[in-house]
Ligand binder design. Structure first.
Ligand code: MG
Length: 218
């Protein structure tokens, strides 16, 4: 990475440390089936890192609902999702995640998780990584979702590290954009078609090591 000292790493949660996208899919799919709405696994890719309300809007595809109905639909999906996350264990961490978090902790690098999910705290506790994380910024912490920089700026503030000394790790195009808007370096995980504009791109955390993301001044 660039010749600049990095003091903090801010991780996205879904798609980076764990694959809750599969559980979000199952929960939305159940709701969609009950409501007679078409929703495929491919559609679910569009919901990566997207807020609960925007996800519902996508699902409804213009079908008009009152605010009360929208809230009831979101609450029902969340209920299904919350049932599903009860089953999460440390085995649901993606390959490389626990190792990298431990490497960062040993090196004295500050770590935050920035997730759009209001269920992020529960997920982190079930994954058994709460003690490896210094700060959590979630969907309740800010109002503007990615690609706005707010979530990452909030995380940096909580850590007390200036944006230029933070690296973001995200799997969504909107996350890469948000990190840039925050003035942070960014590591993209996934296909280049999705995260190709990141400073560094890896298929998954499995091939990412401390020195790849935290290079000291040259
Ligand atoms: Mg994500």
């Amino acid at each position: 990475m660039s010749a600049r000292s990095i003091r903090a790493v801010i991780f996205d949660l879904d798609g980076v440390l764990t694959d809750t996208a599969e559980l979000h899919f199952a929960a939305w799919k159940r709701l969609a089936d009950e409501e007679g709405l078409a929703f495929t696994r491919e559609d679910n890719e569009r919901l990566r890192g997207v807020s609960r309300r925007q996800s519902l809007e996508f699902l409804l595809r213009g079908r008009a609902v009152s605010e009360e109905q929208a809230e009831a639909l979101m609450a029902r999906k969340n209920e299904y999702y919350r049932q599903m996350i009860q089953r999460l264990t440390p085995n649901d961490l993606l390959p490389g995640a626990a190792r990298l978090l431990t490497e960062l902790r040993r090196a004295g690098i500050r770590v935050a998780i920035a997730s759009a999910s209001r269920n992020a705290r529960d997920v982190i506790e079930r994954l058994g990584i709460a003690s490896l994380v210094d700060a959590l910024t979630d969907g309740d912490s800010v109002t503007r979702a990615r690609p706005a920089p707010d979530l990452f700026l909030h995380a940096a503030k909580q850590l007390g590290v200036p944006p230029e000394q933070c690296v973001v790790v995200d799997d969504a195009a909107a996350g890469v954009q948000a990190a840039r808007a925050a003035g942070m370096r960014v590591v993209g995980l996934g296909p280049t078609a999705r995260v190709g504009s990141a400073d560094l791109v890896f298929a998954s955390l499995e091939s990412v090591h401390l020195n790849d993301i935290v290079k000291r001044d040259a």
